[in-house]
Write a protein that binds this ligand. Structure first.
Ligand code: FES
Length: 111
């Protein structure tokens, strides 16, 4: 049996979804698989689209630092980046992240 962790998303529609994500899967892939509103993953995880932007609301342990490329790509995200913004294709399900909560930022209608 594949080991999983629990991941919760607060989608762009405000609804919470919790799913079991197999270890090693990217949290972008998991969001797309679970039809989380607002996570698209256009580039398939190649750090080329920023449509997997999430804000880390709660995490059991600090995430690894983002790479320079990830930080640069966050500048191109549709919703403005927040201090704990990440590209979820760069976060892999790991045991220590069990219980992580991610919010999908919304784009202001006036932006
Ligand atoms: S899926 Fe394109 S940057 Fe994450």
């Amino acid at each position: 049996m594949t080991e999983t962790i629990s991941v919760t998303w607060i989608g762009s529609d405000g609804n919470r979804t919790t799913a079991d994500v197999p270890l090693g899967h990217s949290l972008m892939e998991a969001a797309v698989y679970n039809s989380i509103p607002g996570v698209i993953g256009d580039c398939g995880g190649a750090l080329a689209c920023a449509t997997c932007h999430v804000v880390v609301e709660e995490t059991p342990v600090p995430l690894e630092e983002k790479s320079g490329t990830e930080a640069d790509m966050l500048d191109f995200a549709e919703a403005p980046a927040e201090p704990s913004s990440r590209l979820s294709c760069q976060i892999r399900a790991a045991r220590e992240l069990d219980g992580i909560v991610l919010r999908v930022p919304t784009v202001s209608a006036l932006a």
